[in-house]
Design a protein around this ligand. Structure first.
Ligand code: NAI
Ligand code: 13P
Ligand code: ZN
Length: 352
């Protein structure tokens, strides 16, 4: 009944995008009313790129930063940040790095109950603005509910300097929204799953905009970082509206998560999702050739060789992907693909 219906949405409040905006970190934090002690969670590489820079800028603005280096997105690293944060009685947390660093910082701040600021150093994933976080939990690694960042600082100078492969992976993470939406629509029709037409429309529009602007996405152009990071933020907001990763994660993400489990050297998250999306589009009976063409033009991998993953691992991941988060219904159904069907799918789409 409508009179009993209620929904709560948490969205990022202040977003700063542009050239060297990292130098305005203090301004953004002050604008959010933040004061005092802050943990700057960063990675060993990204500390050199932006972590130290962020901490120095904050110090100049009267904050007391403490840097913590994150190695991987695990619960033990989250616990460590929580422990240090509580001991220091921090007022907020900033995550400066790739998707893994941002996810650890996001969960830690949510556990302590402090605000969180997201400072991506690569336009490689759409967790930059989302209220989700992917942390390895034993065997499992899919996103869980967290809180979206209060603020985002997307420095296009830093993002444009990041290895080009990371930007291409971010584009592929967005392009994979096409099949995520198809899966969501299918689950709504077959299972009456909860569906948000606004979140679905935003996610789809984000993929369409990125595809339409792909000619402007070129290595070395700061403008490209702008286009890609705006799409990533928009996709993250779609997830926040939905209150789940449904608008941006369907069967192609299950395939990528399975590769993360079984491949000896998994490729980047977005790269795997892009290749998965080609195959899931084929299963949906959609224009998989066009999707593959878009990914190719962007410069993202379109086959096993480019992912540097063996064909047999691709087939195995296809047959086991449905086991990831089984409650999320997708084109893979409840039983998944047989080995023969998986092989045929990968061969016909020339993934293997
Ligand atoms: N929370 C969410 O809603 C979402 C979470 N994710 C998660 O995010 C992770 C994927 O994120 P990625 O950024 O692809 O992986 P990542 O965090 O492992 O970063 C990839 C590599 O790029 C390096 N790097 C980052 N910025 C750099 C720079 N400016 N210069 C040089 N090296 C740089 C990192 O140090 C790392 O070695 C996965 O764990 C995935 O599950 C992905 C999408 C959404
Ligand atoms: O990667 C994501 C969206 O791009 C989040 O998806 P998961 O919930 O499948 O981890
Ligand atoms: Zn993703």
């Amino acid at each position: 009944m409508l009179s009993e219906k209620s929904k709560s949405m948490k969205l990022p409040r202040n977003v700063l995008i542009g050239h060297k905006v990292i130098e305005r970190s203090g301004e953004l934090c002050q604008g959010l009313g933040l004061k005092g002690r802050v943990i700057v969670a960063t990675g060993p590489k990204t500390r050199k790129v932006a972590g130290q820079w962020t901490a120095d800028t904050l110090e100049e603005n009267g904050y007391e930063p403490s840097i913590i280096e994150i190695q991987k997105a695990s619960h033990s690293e989250v616990d460590e940040v929580v422990k240090i944060g509580k001991n220091l009685e921090v007022d907020f947390i900033i995550g400066v790095g790739g998707g893994k660093v941002i996810d650890v910082a996001k969960v830690a701040s949510s556990k302590i109950g402090t605000p969180f600021i997201s400072v991506p150093t690569a336009a490689s994933h759409d967790g930059i603005a989302s209220g989700r976080a992917s942390i390895i939990d034993g065997e499992d690694k899919v996103s869980v509910e967290s809180t979206p960042p209060n603020g985002i600082i997307a420095d296009t100078y830093i993002l444009a300097e990041a290895p080009w492969k990371l930007t291409c992976a971010g584009c592929a993470d967005i392009i994979s929204n096409y099949t995520a939406i198809k899966d969501w629509e299918l689950a709504r029709k077959l299972r009456n799953d909860e569906y948000s037409s606004y979140a679905a429309a935003l996610s789809k529009m984000t993929a369409e905009e990125l595809a339409a602007n792909r000619d402007s996405i070129k290595k070395g152009l700061e403008e490209s970082a702008w286009i890609v990071v705006k799409s990533l933020i928009s996709s993250g907001v779609a997830m926040s509206i939905a209150g789940s990763s449904r608008p941006a994660s369907g069967a192609e993400h299950k395939f990528s998560h399975m590769l993360d489990r079984i491949a000896p050297n998994p490729a980047l998250h977005g790269e795997q999702c892009g290749v998965g999306s080609i195959m899931m589009m084929y299963l949906h009976g959609g224009d998989w050739k066009d999707l593959k063409y878009i990914l190719k033009e962007i410069g993202a991998p379109v086959n096993a060789k480019e992912l540097n993953i063996k064909p047999e691992t691709i087939i195995k991941a296809l047959t086991k992907a449905h086991k990831i988060r089984p409650e999320r219904y997708t084109i893979l159904g409840n039983e998944g693909l047989t080995e023969e069907a998986a092989k045929k799918l990968a061969e016909e789409t020339e993934v293997i």
